[in-house]
Design a protein around this ligand. Structure first.
Ligand code: PRP
Ligand code: URA
Length: 211
C-alpha cells in the first residue's frame, strides 16, 4: 500500500484548529470540508484520463478529460459524509456510493449497517472517505467490500491516521492497488482505540453525540 502523508503548512494549520476541543461543530464541518479539498488534490494525482481534442478560440489542441467509468466516491457514514462535498467540489462528475459502518466501542470491531453502491465496480477507481483511521478495522472492511464488487484500485482519504491502523491496513491489502492519503500520522492509539492526540469522535464532533 502506498501511504502519502500530505505535508503542507495549510493542512497542519487547519488540522490544528480541527483538533482543538473548543472548535464548534459548524467550525469543524467547515474545516473538514476545506481539508478534504486540499487532500483530494494529492489523492487524485493518478485519476484516469483519456486524450481529448478541443479547439480553443486560437487553435486546435489535445488535452485530457476524465476516463469512463467515472470515479466513485464512497464516504463511510457517518463521519465520512463530512468530507463528501469537498471531494465532489474537485471531482464534480464523479458518482457517489454510500457505506454505513459502525465500530463497536467495546470490541472495536466494525459492522456494515447500510450500503448503497453499484453492484458491479469492475474497472472503477474508488475514493473512500473517512476522517479517522484508528485500528484500521473499518477501512479494511470497506476496501474489501469494494474489491469484492470488482473495484481495481482504491484510494482512501483520511484526515488522521494512527501507526497501528496504517500497519494493519498495509498487511490486510497486500498485493492490491491501494493508496492511503493522510493529513497527518498521529502518535498512537489509546486503550479505548482512539487516536492520540487525534480529535476525539469525528462523527460526534461533526453531527453531535449519537444516542
Ligand atoms: C469512526 C470513524 C471510522 C472508525 C475508525 O466511525 O469515522 O469509521 O470510527 O475506527 P477504526 O479504524 O478503529 O475502525 P464510528 O464507528 O465512530 O461511526 P460514526 O462515523 O457513525 O461516528
Ligand atoms: N473514531 C473516531 O471518531 N476517533 C478516533 O480517534 C477513533 C475512532
Amino acid at each position: 500500500m502506498r501511504v502519502i502523508v500530505v505535508d503542507h503548512p495549510l493542512i497542519t494549520h487547519k488540522l490544528t484548529l480541527l483538533r482543538d476541543k473548543n472548535t464548534s461543530s459548524s467550525g469543524f464541518r467547515k474545516l473538514a470540508d476545506e481539508l478534504v479539498t486540499l487532500l483530494a488534490y494529492e489523492a487524485t494525482r493518478d485519476v484516469r484520463v483519456v486524450p481529448h481534442h478541443i479547439e480553443t478560440p486560437v487553435a486546435p489542441t489535445e488535452g485530457v478529460i476524465l476516463a469512463e467509468p467515472r470515479p466513485l466516491i464512497v464516504p463511510i457514514l457517518r463521519a465520512g459524509l463530512g468530507m463528501l462535498d469537498g471531494m465532489l467540489r474537485l471531482l464534480p462528475s464523479a458518482e457517489t456510493g454510500f457505506l454505513g459502518m459502525i465500530r463497536d466501542e467495546t470490541t472495536l470491531q466494525p459492522s456494515v449497517y447500510a450500503e448503497r453502491l453499484p453492484a458491479d465496480l469492475t474497472g472503477r477507481q474508488c475514493y473512500v472517505l473517512d476522517p479517522m483511521l484508528a485500528t484500521g478495522g473499518s477501512l479494511i472492511a470497506a476496501i474489501e467490500f469494494l474489491f469484492e464488487r470488482g473495484a481495481t484500485d482504491v484510494t482512501a482519504v483520511c484526515l488522521l491516521g494512527s501507526p497501528e491502523g496504517v500497519e494493519a491496513t498495509t498487511a490486510a491489502v497486500a498485493g492490491r492497488s491501494v493508496t492511503l492519503v493522510l493529513g497527518a500520522l498521529d502518535e498512537r492509539l489509546n486503550e479505548h482505540g482512539y487516536i492520540v492526540p487525534g480529535l476525539g469522535d469525528a462523527g460526534d464532533r461533526l453531527y453531535g453525540v449519537a444516542g
